[in-house]
Design a protein around this ligand. Structure first.
Ligand SMILES: [Zn+2]
Length: 53
């Protein structure tokens, strides 16, 4: 199982595209998909895109 690098919550292993950014449903940290099989994620850089707020 892949875990959020920030809060260690389990990241759902659904089909995702490398480079896709999604928020951790637990801590809200934006994660970038860096690998598919197995799923790998890393915190997305917080620069340009600021969703919400
Ligand atoms: Zn998290």
């Amino acid at each position: 199982m892949t875990q959020c690098p920030e809060c260690e919550a389990t990241v759902e292993n659904r089909a995702m595209v490398i480079g896709e950014i999604f928020p951790c449903r637990d801590c809200g940290t934006e994660l970038e998909v860096t690998g598919n099989e197995p799923l790998a994620v890393m915190p997305a850089p917080k620069e340009a895109e600021d969703w919400g707020e």
